[in-house]
Every structure is written in C-alpha cells, then in structure tokens.
Design a binder for this molecule. Structure first.
Ligand code: ZN
Length: 579
C-alpha cells in the first residue's frame, strides 16, 4: 500500500506534509488510505479515481483493491467498468445459470477465476476477476464459438466464494447424473417405491455439509430455473448448493418420505421430523414445507441432541454477566427472566441455567413448545394448543405436582405471566423467557401486561437480556482500522488507543470472516431499592439511572468489550445490539 501512496505523492495527489503529520502524531499512525481519509488529508473521490486509473493501467489488480482498508470498493469497480465499457455485477444479486456453468471445464474456471452468468440473444456474459487478461478472454471465447462474450467484473471475493461452492457441486455432479438415471428407470418401470440410493447419498451430503459448517437450518428451495440449497450459519443464510431444477422433485419427495409427510400433498404446508446420525452424533431434524410459486420451500431445523448438556459457562457470557446471572438463579424462590428476540439463544441459556441448578433433591418441571432437547432428571411437558394444553393450562397442572423449580419456555400472555408470578411468590423458582429488547424495558412490559406493581416487585429477582454476535474467525483474524464514523459513535466506550480486529475471510469461515457465535448480555439484578421503585411505578429513566448507579452494564457496552477483546467486531455489535 505504501507503494501506491508513493505514486500518489509523485502525482501530487497528496502532500509530503500529510504523510509526516501521520508519522509525527502520537502514537504514530500507519501510512494507509484509511488514515489519510479519516484525517481528511485526501478526499474519497480522488482516491477512487486514482485507484480506478491504476487498475486500468494494470498497476494493481482487483484482488489487490479488496485488501486496501477504508475505501468503498464497489464505487471503484463501477468506475473501472465505466471506463473499460464493461459491466459491474454484484454476484450476490444474480442467479447463476447452472447449464452455462457446465459449458466451461471446471479447471478453466479456476485457472482464470471466471464465472459465466448469463446467455442472451446477443452474447454470453462472463465475469472476470482480471478484465485486462486478454489470454483468458481468448480462451473463454473459444468455448463459446457462436456468440461473442461480454466482459463483466465483480468483487474478487464474491468470485472466489462462488467458485468454492462450485467445487462441492463438482464433487456431486456424478450423484446428480445417477439420480437422473434412477428417475428414468423409475418412470419406465412405473415403480415409485423403488429405493433411489443416489438421492439418499445426496441428502447425506447436504446434511453433512450443513452440520460441518455449523448450520442451524437447511433451506431447500425451488426457484424458477434451479433448485437451491441454503444453510443458516451463525444467524446468516448462505448458499451451499445449486442444482438443475429437475433435481428438486426427487430431493423434496425423499425428504418428505423421511419425515413421514404426505409426498403427494404439494399444495398445503406440512410439518414433520426425522432423526439421523451424522459424524457419530445424533441429530433431530424438524422439517416444514411451504408451497411456493415454483414448487415448495422445505426448511430443516437442525437440533443437536448433545446441546441438552450445555453448560452456562460455555454460552460465551462475559465473566461479569455470568457471575451476576449464576447468583440470581441460586435464590430459593422468585422469577428470573431471559429476554431477547427470536434466535438470540434464550432457550440455550435456560437449559444452561437448569443444568447449573439441577439437583436430585429438587423436582424440576419444564413446560415447552415444543421440547427441544431432552434432559435427564427432570419432567418435561410439551405444550399442545391443539388438544387444549396451552402454557397456562400446563402450568396450573404442574403446580399441583409439587415442583421446586419450574422452567416455562416462553411467557406469551397475561394468564401465563400471572400464574408464573404467583408461583414465584409462593416459594418456587421460576425461569422463563420474554420477548423484549432490553432488561429494563421488560419491567414496563410486564406491568403493561396487567400485573400489579407490588406482585412484580416482590417476585422479580433478575432479568437477563441477550443477543448472539458472530465471532471473528481465528484463522484469518487481523488488526484493522475502524471506520471513522463508527469510531465516533463508540468513542465514549473506548480506552485510549484501542485496537480492533476483523476476519479477512478464508476457507475455514466460508470467506465471511466470522465463525461461531457468542452471547452478549446485560443482567439487571433487582435490588431492594429497585424493587421499591418498581412498586411505586418509577419511570424507565429513573430505573435506568438507579441501575447504572448500582453498576449495571448495558448489552451494547458488553459487546464493545467483546470487540476490544478481539472476539467480535464493532460492526457486528452495531448490527446486533444498536439501541
Ligand atoms: Zn476465516
């Protein structure tokens, strides 16, 4: 990067003074575009025009561009495309035509880093990672003798990610051919009960690759032209396979058969589940189907049975929050709430809490919808609204069973909340979850649900609010410079000269820079003062002020600390916990 800045100096785009100011500042600042920009020594437009020119001159490559910090690569790519009269393509936005793909040998795709994306009446659009590589263009053109190729560019990281997905696709090409062969034989023999081992093998690969990637869900979708399989990893969907459209039906049918669903029913949503052992571990798959205009959408939720063993200390809570929360769940009676949006790991925290306080001397009953993980040593009840066993009904029966501790999967209405609070006031420890954004606003939410202040103030022991943030991939983690605007927003929480980290993206993390997730949280312990204030209907502002005086740390601050510890990024904390 210093070499580029030297060229800028030579072309009089920046001054020597600017550089020496950077060097002389205390502590000295790295001579980088990010720093020059954040110090206002050069404007964004000049940098973009300069870099676009250097790409056209072949001084730097597109891949080079992605390594420069502090710049928006998309506007430069657009600038380059305009100057070279080619297209810029956001590969995340286009659907790749798999038939077109198969016309270029896989080795060539890899050698030149190219991706064919579209064939129209006039030409074939091909994305190149180097738009100046004439030899590559000649070679690819020879593969499409009938139509001229049209050159496009995209982010090199996107091209790489696409090629990686193809690599797996390549390995299952043979399977797909077998499935087609089986299909033809089936229709000839008119025997649909015949086992189709190739489809089973394909399902096996789909499940395996999802589980190895640490996915929580698998989405099998029929689109207009193809069959797409996406997986949710660390809360974010990513594409894992693309097949021709004809693979969708056998795949979907087999999935439905496995889950005991009606294969012929394609117009109504269905629910089912099946179990499988993958990599010597037992998994449950909760399956749901939904008719769509191009076929069906099939979603598999992956339930890892060993998760029932989760320990609170492994949930990734900071020590500060862990200490406060573990203290709270040790009380003999009262209610402890875990709050957060869907998918914030509330259930996992509850299981962790139960594991932490489980004791043969206690009778522990849970009521859940549905029971996600089976745990030994406690009674688990499945809520079934369809037979009239709602949360509230189940709770009433549970209380007659003389329990010591009760876990309620979720408090959804006033009736359930009232029974829970009464149970807490009559000598039971109640653990449950509530759908609110932060710990303090849960109090007003509970009061809004119509529970009297004196009951709430007497029953409430603590509230934990939580979210999950993605962790930086440890394989490609490196120091980084924070965007100046972002820096200003978090400045008040930062120590002097903070260091930030990010994942550059590598094979291990599917080029996302993140791998795994961890909790950020805030724990509000209801002190005597706070309880008195709740009974007197204090405002949220007053409660917050008092909590802060008592040492309450917000989830956002907890997150910033995670970023400073190099476990996550400020961008991620903002995405997840911006208040
Ligand atoms: Zn990585």
């Amino acid at each position: 990067m210093v070499k580029l800045i030297e060229i800028m100096l030579k072309e009089n785009l920046i001054t020597k003074d600017a550089i020496s100011t950077l060097v002389k500042s205390r502590p000295p600042k790295k001579i980088s575009f990010a720093n020059l920009l954040s110090e206002g020594m050069i404007d964004t437009h000049t940098v973009e025009v300069f870099l676009a020119k250097k790409i056209r001159q072949g001084v730097i490559t597109l891949a080079h561009l992605e390594k420069i910090e502090g710049i928006n690569i998309v506007s430069i790519l657009e600038e380059v495309a305009k100057a070279l009269h080619i297209d810029y393509v956001d590969l995340d936005e286009v659907e790749v035509d798999m038939k077109l793909f198969s016309q270029i040998p896989y080795k060539q795709l890899l050698k030149y880093n190219v991706i064919p994306i579209e064939e129209n009446d006039l030409n074939v659009v091909i994305v190149f990672d180097d738009p100046l590589d004439m030899a590559a263009q000649d070679t690819i053109q020879r593969l499409f003798p009938r139509k001229p190729i049209r050159i496009a560019i995209a982010k090199p990281s996107q091209i790489n990610a696409h090629l990686q997905r193809l690599e797996i696709n390549e390995s299952i090409k043979g399977l797909v051919t077998d499935i087609r062969k089986d299909l033809n034989q089936e229709s000839n023999a008119d025997n649909h009960d015949e086992d189709n081992p190739a489809v089973l093998k394909l399902i096996d690969i789909v499940l395996k690759s999802a589980i190895f990637a640490g996915a929580s869900d698998i989405h099998i979708e029929a689109t207009e032209k193809s069959c797409i399989i996406r997986i949710r990893v660390d809360g974010i969907l990513r594409q894992s396979f693309t097949f021709d459209k004809d693979i969708f039906n056998p795949l979907a049918s087999r999935m439905k058969l496995l889950s005991n669903l009606d294969i012929a029913e394609k117009r109504k949503p269905q629910d089912g589940r099946f179990s499988a052992t993958v990599a010597k571990k037992d998994f449950d798959f909760r399956v749901s189907t939904l008719p769509t205009i191009f076929g069906e959408s099939i979603v598999l939720r992956i339930l890892d049975k060993s998760k029932a063993m989760i320990r609170l200390e492994d949930a990734g809570m900071s020590k500060f929050c862990y200490d406060k929360f573990s203290e709270a769940i040790k009380v003999p009676y009262g209610i402890v709430l875990v709050t957060g949006p869907t998918g914030s790991g509330k259930t996992t925290t509850l299981y962790g809490a139960i594991n932490a306080i489980k004791d043969v001397k206690d009778k522990i009953i849970t009521v859940e919808d549905p029971v996600e993980y089976q745990m030994s040593g406690l009674q688990q009840v499945n809520v079934r609204e369809s037979v009239g066993l709602g949360f509230a009904d189940a709770l009433k029966s549970i209380l007659r069973q003389d329990p010591d501790k009760i876990m309620i999967g979720e408090i959804r209405n006033q009736e359930t909340l009232r029974i829970a609070i009464q149970a807490a006031l009559t000598g039971h420890l109640v653990l449950s979850t509530l759908h609110t954004n932060d710990a303090i606003s849960s109090i007003s939410r509970i009061l809004d649900m119509g529970i009297e202040e004196y009951l709430v103030s007497g029953a409430l022991v603590a509230i934990q609010a939580q979210r999950l943030v993605r962790k930086i991939c440890t394989h490609c983690k490196k120091e980084t410079v924070l965007d100046p605007l972002l820096y200003k927003e978090v400045e008040q929480y930062l120590p002097e000269n903070p260091t930030f980290y990010k994942g550059e993206g590598c094979k291990e993390c599917g080029h996302t820079g993140y791998a795994g997730r961890e909790m950020i949280s805030e724990v509000l312990t209801v002190s005597e003062t706070l309880a008195r204030m709740i009974a007197k209907v204090a405002s949220k502002e007053d409660l917050t002020k008092q909590a802060l005086e008592e040492g309450f740390v917000t989830m956002f601050e907890d997150g910033v600390q995670k970023a400073l510890d190099g476990k996550s990024t400020i961008e991620e904390i903002f995405r997840v916990a911006r208040l």
